[in-house]
Ligand binder design. Structure first.
Ligand code: ATP
Ligand code: MG
Length: 438
């Protein structure tokens, strides 16, 4: 076997999620999934790797993602493949390939890792996770409002709603953007000295992306730039005004940000972002928009669509920053720890634990393995912070009884095997058919 001088480490910008983290991840995922379920959305799963051309065609060649962030590689057969940088492209590809859009509307969600070769920093990683929803077959703006309502409900349930605000814009149709593009280039050409290297590079290839700049000098300049909304086509204008009216009626607050554009080329009409100031610099937690041409561009019928993606790492950072959620401080605990003294009692303890689990599926019951004296076993039990320790001596095994010890009150009682579940249920206030252990 080869011996290495240095231990092999994880790839830069890609993280392990340990048990203390996964409790939080599962808590958040459960909330999001329950909300999407309640709106009638269904889960879709598709591969993490796709043909590189899929992303090139959908995201657009002149975008950050395609130009510098993709994880591309060739497989043994010289196929050009890419680790997905986002989910919409794969979701649309899967929908077309499986006939999901054929005379049907679809409301879908998915969750999983995305990969972008970025400079790692707080809230920006090379492997990160998105929770996304996509609605196909509806021209809106009612579905646009629904997706925004869903996200608003997610923030409320996660307790971060007071730290997020909604920015909204319409980037119109492709043709209305062409006339705006000419005006914008005109304006920028007159102010070249205020443009940074990135803006200059994009001046002719993707000038709209300059609107999204983080450079303060360029930002100041853009305050006087022509505004996209002045060039919107009538259809987009009506759509946007109806969406705004709907959101007003529904009581959703938002700011219209005329500089909001998205980093991927497939968007049109409605675009939105949920942003926060609570993470040092202004950060986007969730972004979404319409992409009415994408299904057709990828070979399907003409199917209007809209979606959003939530960056889960940023949600967690925000929750940690606010730190108002008890789940963040929750230990990884068990409710009950079962110890057995003597060789013969061990198998009876395991059998009893199986019966208890069948009756109380939501109970967290850990059985001690590996034997040892009672002191050692209690030492192990305490590490898992149980409320109750069940103790089975050889004598108990023969009598079909068990000792139930309450760790807090230090009291104990002896129970018959067939009484244990009922007693635990009562003490721990467990509802029998619940699998929710939060
Ligand atoms: P940014 O402007 O921050 O680079 P983006 O426009 O590239 O974001 P999207 O493609 O819209 O991001 O992805 C949706 C969400 O996914 C973002 O709002 C963010 O919360 C999250 N996200 C994107 N890239 C990363 C990353 N490298 N690490 C962690 N989260 C990310
Ligand atoms: Mg980005």
């Amino acid at each position: 076997m080869l011996k290495y001088d240095k231990n092999i480490q994880s790839i830069r910008g890609m993280h392990d999620y340990l048990p203390k983290d996964t409790v939080i991840w599962r808590y958040i995922e459960n909330i999001l999934i329950t909300i999407l379920d309640s709106y009638g959305y269904n889960e879709i799963r598709f591969p993490i790797i796709e043909d590189t051309n899929l992303f090139k065609r959908s995201i657009g060649e002149m975008t950050d993602v395609i130009e510098k962030e993709m994880y591309n590689f060739t497989d043994r057969n010289e196929n050009n493949l890419t680790l997905r940088p986002e989910g919409t492209s794969g979701c649309v590809r899967a929908g077309i390939e499986n006939g999901l859009f054929y005379h049907q509307e679809q409301r879908l969600w998915y969750l999983g890792p995305m990969f972008r070769y970025e400079r790692p920093q707080k809230g920006r990683y090379r492997q990160f996770h998105q929770f996304s929803a996509e609605a196909f077959g509806q021209i809106g703006p009612d579905i646009d409002a629904e997706l925004i309502l869903i996200t608003a409900r997610c923030w409320e349930k996660l307790g971060i709603n007071h730290h997020l605000s909604l920015e909204l814009n319409s980037i119109g149709s492709l043709s209305s953007r062409i006339s705006y593009r000419i005006k914008l280039i005109d304006f920028l050409e007159k102010n070249l000295s205020n443009l940074d290297h990135n803006a200059l590079r994009r001046l002719y290839s993707n000038p709209l992306r300059i609107l999204d700049t983080k450079n303060t000098k360029t930002k100041e300049l853009l305050l006087n730039a022509p505004i996209l909304s002045d060039y919107l086509d009538d259809d987009s204008r009506v759509h946007f005004s109806e969406l705004c009216q709907l959101l007003n009626f529904l009581g959703v607050s938002y700011t219209v940000n005329p500089h909001l554009v998205r980093g991927l080329d497939y968007y049109n009409k409605t675009v939105f972002e949920w942003v926060t100031d609570s993470l040092g610099v202004k950060k986007t937690i969730c972004a979404g928009g319409r992409y009415d041409q994408l299904v057709r561009e990828l070979g399907g019928h003409s199917v209007p669509a809209i979606g959003f993606s939530i960056g889960l790492e940023r949600v967690i950072l925000l929750m940690q920053e606010i730190n108002n959620n008890p789940i963040l401080n929750k230990n990884i605990y068990v409710d009950v720890y079962l110890i057995s003294i003597g060789n013969n009692s061990r198998k009876h303890a395991m059998l009893l634990s199986e019966n208890i689990r069948s009756t109380l599926p939501s109970l967290r019951l850990m059985v001690h393995h590996g034997g040892g004296n009672i002191k050692k076993q209690f030492y192990c039990a305490n590490k898992h912070k149980p409320q109750i320790v069940l103790i089975m001596h050889e004598k108990n095994a023969l009598e079909k009884t068990i000792i139930l010890k309450h760790l807090q009150s230090k009291t104990q009682e002896i129970l018959k095997h067939d009484e244990v579940s009922e007693r635990l249920k009562h003490i721990l206030h467990i509802t029998c058919n619940s699998t929710d252990n939060q």
